[in-house]
Design a protein around this ligand. Structure first.
Ligand SMILES: Nc1ncnc2c1ncn2[C@@H]1O[C@H](COP(=O)(O)OP(=O)(O)OP(=O)(O)O)[C@@H](O)[C@H]1O
Ligand SMILES: [Mg+2]
Length: 207
């Protein structure tokens, strides 16, 4: 039987340019994303198509968000994803949130390791993205003082290179370029913060 989930009083977790991310009213470990303007070629539909392909290829979903399917909501078509939480239950904060901290001790010590692991994972599995942005990556504490970086938005190919969706070698080439652009963006946004400069040097040196 088809049912409609009512999100009208569900609390939004976050909002981006394209969609709003709500708590799933029935499951604390899931969120529902609703496009601001639903259409057949929305970013979510393209993202979901690739996530399904990764799933059937047996890719691990530790560092990208797991997709659970579609649901009708009172705000339009909803797409269900894993809600990324820290080990203590708090919703994980973005990499941007941590990089904006002036105080070095507020930046998790293993953040650069987390970014390096995400980069290696994306390159080895060919996880193609439109653009890498620090507000679309969450630093997830998996234990006290220990975390990983999870990509929650951006999967999809926004450029005219469909071959990159099928061939890892083509994807890798594109991804190396995307990471280079992302690293330059970090330096331009936070170049005054020597801790962030070190993080970028670490990422560059490692891959
Ligand atoms: N799986 C998730 N777990 C926890 N928080 C999330 C998750 N997905 C998204 N969020 C939060 O909701 C915000 C908006 O979601 P999302 O980035 O998917 O929207 P968007 O409109 O595609 O963003 P953009 O403006 O970057 O295109 C995110 O920046 C993040 O703070
Ligand atoms: Mg986003």
């Amino acid at each position: 039987m088809e049912y409609i989930l009512f999100l009208h009083d569900a609390e939004p977790i976050g909002e981006g340019g394209w969609r709003v991310c709500y708590h799933h009213p029935l499951d604390p470990d899931k969120c529902i994303k609703v496009d601001r303007i639903p259409n057949k070629m929305s970013v979510t539909i393209k993202e979901v198509r690739l996530l399904k392909r990764f799933y059937s290829r047996g890719v691990s979903f530790d560092l990208i968000t797991r997709y659970y399917g579609q649901v009708k909501t009172d705000k339009g078509p909803g797409y269900i994803f894993r809600l990324v939480r820290d080990y203590d239950g708090r919703i994980s904060r973005s990499v941007q949130y941590y990089l904006e901290k002036k105080n070095e001790t507020a930046i998790p010590e293993d953040l650069s390791q987390g970014l390096i692991e995400l980069k290696r994972f994306m390159l080895s599995e060919g996880i193609i993205v439109g653009m890498l942005e620090d507000h679309n990556m969450l630093y997830q504490y998996i234990a006290s003082g220990k975390g990983r970086v999870v990509l929650v938005d951006g999967v999809g190919n926004h450029q005219f290179l469909p071959v990159a969706n099928f061939f890892k070698s083509a994807a890798r080439r594109v991804l190396k370029r995307k990471w280079k652009t992302f690293e330059c963006q970090l330096l331009s946004d936070y170049g005054h913060n020597e801790h962030v400069v070190r993080i970028v040097e670490n990422i560059r040196g490692a891959c």
